[in-house]
Design a protein around this ligand. Structure first.
Ligand code: SF4
Length: 282
């Protein structure tokens, strides 16, 4: 066997044993993969469903909005979608930990939705960073996390044939929460301007900048934070080495193209999420 990582071996085993497997995809995938050929290629490898985690992101966004409105007298609110930020705040600024928004990340929310609707399927998450491996392990919901780099390497070695199918993702809902991977994307998606005055919110990326900000006793109320430079497009599991500007461009063009492909229903969110608890304690 080639020099594979444990997660690459696990994935090959899941697919070889013909388990029903769903692939959940972080929306930053377009920095490393071609949008138009990605789904047929993944189904060619052996995944039964290929979902973006945008529906999970939508559920998280809605939970944040509702919680903030219901707790508007709270001193501040800190986003908790990035596991490295959760660790950083907990370790370096423990007095701020209570302000982390008490909900699942989009990855975990999406895994819960897939488990509810396809209880027997194994779940693989395609990640821009290795931090998601630890978050997934703690959840007990996800069977394997593979980074973009690891998947690229497998594709090169296995050389799968794409199957003939639509290039569109499998969907529960016609969702477009694709701007999350970029710094400030959460604030835009949440439309925080409608909830807070402009000087009450801040979007910030990069470990050093976050530390500097919280050391300065900031006065804002809403903190949209991502650990990597540029947001998730700067994750350590990304293969391509192009500058952040080009990666941002890939995500933005993808959003633009995907918007032209509206399919499915826009109603009925609740039927797929009914009874699921998306809250989380930090
Ligand atoms: S910002 Fe970086 S560490 Fe955080 S979830 Fe995104 S890629 Fe992972």
């Amino acid at each position: 066997m080639r020099n594979y990582s444990l997660d690459q071996i696990l994935l090959l085993e899941l697919l070889a044993f013909k388990e029903d497997v769903s692939l959940l995809v972080a929306p930053s995938f377009v920095v490393d993969f071609d949008y138009k050929t990605f789904v047929p290629l993944m189904k060619g490898i052996g995944f039964d469903h290929v979902f973006e985690i945008t529906f999970g992101a939508k559920v998280v966004t809605q939970s944040y909005q509702k919680y903030i409105v219901e707790n508007k007298d709270q001193e501040k609110f800190i986003s908790s979608t990035c596991p490295m930020c959760v660790n950083l705040i907990s370790a370096r600024f423990p007095s701020e930990k209570k302000f982390l928004l008490p909900f699942d990340s989009p990855m975990i929310a999406m895994a819960k939705i897939v488990k509810k609707n396809f209880p027997k399927e194994k779940i693989v998450f395609l990640s821009p960073c290795t931090a998601k491996k630890f978050e997934a392990k703690d959840s007990g919901l996800i069977d394997c996390v593979i980074t973009f780099k690891e998947l690229k390497q497998l594709i090169e070695n296995v050389n799968p044939k794409p199957i003939e199918c639509s290039h569109l993702f499998d969907k529960f809902y016609n969702d477009f929460t694709k701007i999350y991977p970029l710094s400030g994307g959460l604030s835009k998606t949440m439309n925080v301007k409608k909830i807070f005055a402009q000087n009450q919110t801040i979007s910030i990326e990069g470990q050093k900048s976050i530390v500097k900000l919280f050391e300065s006793n900031p006065k804002q109320k809403f903190f949209d934070i991502l650990y990597c430079n540029g947001g998730c497009i700067g994750g350590n599991g990304i293969n391509i080495k192009t500058p952040t500007f080009f990666k941002k461009h890939s995500v933005k063009s993808y959003i633009k193209n995907a918007k032209k492909e509206k399919i499915g229903e826009r109603m009925g969110l609740n039927k797929y999420t009914k009874g699921i608890n998306f809250s989380k304690k930090f």
